[in-house]
Design a protein around this ligand. Structure first.
Ligand code: CP3
Length: 359
């Protein structure tokens, strides 16, 4: 049965959709919703089977295969949200940035000069990444239990890290030196990336994505002044363009403990928090007008079952009884995770937080 697309009373919507979207908006929910960053991925044997037939880029550029990968974890687990199977670099590849994955993204010609920034084309999602928008439509048509779909993009500063350095890195030193050596050009690049990601996310919402998420994976490398000047500037520009859509907006910040007060200024509904910050402290720093998402350490899935439950309870206790918590890991699930541990985690979150029937 198709999920209702128009906003309506909770009872008129399918329950998983209502629970996740209501939690994003800090409304009371019958249980805490849960999904997993990188829930479609290598820890699932069915994903490895798919990857045995096609390479990663083919998977991201075929609407049918990307939709299939997105749906795999939903068939196996009672998850409360889906996230589109894609990569933060996919729209840049669509814009003509030469890219390989091995396994992380490698940019053939890193962008560092004003001329290279100005030469970066704008993104036209329908023209450049039609397969992503088709994948969104396919998932919406096929998602079981009316599970809502999260569309996503890389936050501008995190994309800048890959574009400037050309490859994954622990320190992203060329990206950080670029901020100090040529701050005006860095700001121009961030603005261009923000406009491209705003267009990309708006197109995903128009195709049917019911929430939109920005992955700010590397801004935790910055001190608070540079975070505000560069990363927050880029994220704000995306958020300002998307706010009129009325879709819940989620901002995930990795290693952001020192930055949460600055993040509280960003007009998003939900902040995704890594495992280093207890959710109680994160909520206090972010303020009462934001929901939180997270934040079990991905390594905790390797604990004995009883211990795993205690770690999950610790996260739920930190989140507290007030509405506005979406359970997740603090970063992406690791490829060598036991799929049964994920099943136990989801069931335990649902059982521990069941609040009885609500009208
Ligand atoms: O588990 C898998 O096999 C996933 C396949 C894969 C993805 N990206 C999926 C993805 C691969 C091989 C990549 C390439 C890639 N892109 C890497 C190497 C990944 C690896 O595990 O070896 C990296 C580091 C990137 C860059 C990237 N992609 C970042 C920084 C992010 C944001 C999330 C994060 O981890 O900080 C992504 C997003 C991403 N990559 C998603 C998926 C399915 C979407 C988010 C999600 O599913 O939660």
């Amino acid at each position: 049965m198709a999920a209702a697309l128009t906003p309506g009373r909770d009872s008129e919507r399918s329950s998983a959709e209502a629970v996740f979207l209501d939690a994003c908006r800090r409304r009371p929910v019958p249980y805490t919703p849960v999904w997993v960053m990188r829930q479609a991925g290598r820890y699932l044997p069915e994903y490895r089977d798919l990857r045995a037939k096609v390479d990663f880029v083919t998977l991201t550029r075929s609407a049918e295969l990307a939709a299939e990968a997105t749906l795999q974890p939903l068939r196996r687990y009672p998850l409360d949200a889906a996230i589109l199977f894609s990569d933060i670099m996919t729209p840049l590849q669509g814009m003509g940035v030469g890219l390989e994955f091995n396994p992380g993204p490698l940019v053939r010609n890193p962008i560092r000069t004003p001329a290279e920034v100005d030469a970066l084309p704008q993104l036209d999602p329908q023209r450049d990444v039609p397969f992503v928008l088709d994948a969104v439509r396919l998932v919406r048509a096929q998602a079981p239990r009316g599970v809502p779909l999260i569309g996503f993009a890389g936050a501008p500063f995190t994309l800048l890290c890959y574009l400037v350095c050309g490859r994954p890195s622990k320190e992203f030193s060329e990206a950080r030196t670029f901020l100090y050596a040529d701050p005006q050009t860095a700001e121009r690049l961030l603005d261009r990336l923000a406009d491209a990601m705003a267009a990309y996310l708006a197109a995903q919402a128009a195709a049917g994505a019911q929430a939109l998420m920005l992955f700010e994976s590397w801004a935790g490398l910055l001190g608070v002044r540079e975070y505000r000047r560069f990363a927050l500037r880029g994220a704000r520009r995306v958020v300002a363009a998307l706010r009129p859509l009325g879709v819940p907006l989620i901002y995930y910040l990795n290693q952001g403990s020192a930055l949460l007060e600055a993040v509280s200024e960003l007009d998003v509904d939900v902040v995704g928090v890594d495992w280093r910050s207890p959710l109680g402290a994160a909520r206090r720093a972010l303020g009462a007008d934001k929901a939180v998402q997270g934040n079990l350490d991905p390594a905790a899935l390797f604990a004995e079952p009883g211990e795993l439950e205690r770690h999950i309870d610790g996260v739920l206790d930190e989140a507290g009884p007030m509405p506005g918590h979406i359970f997740n890991l603090g970063h992406g699930i690791w490829p060598d995770t036991d799929p049964d541990a994920v099943a136990r985690m989801i069931d335990h979150v649902h059982e521990r937080t069941a609040r009885g029937a609500r009208g």
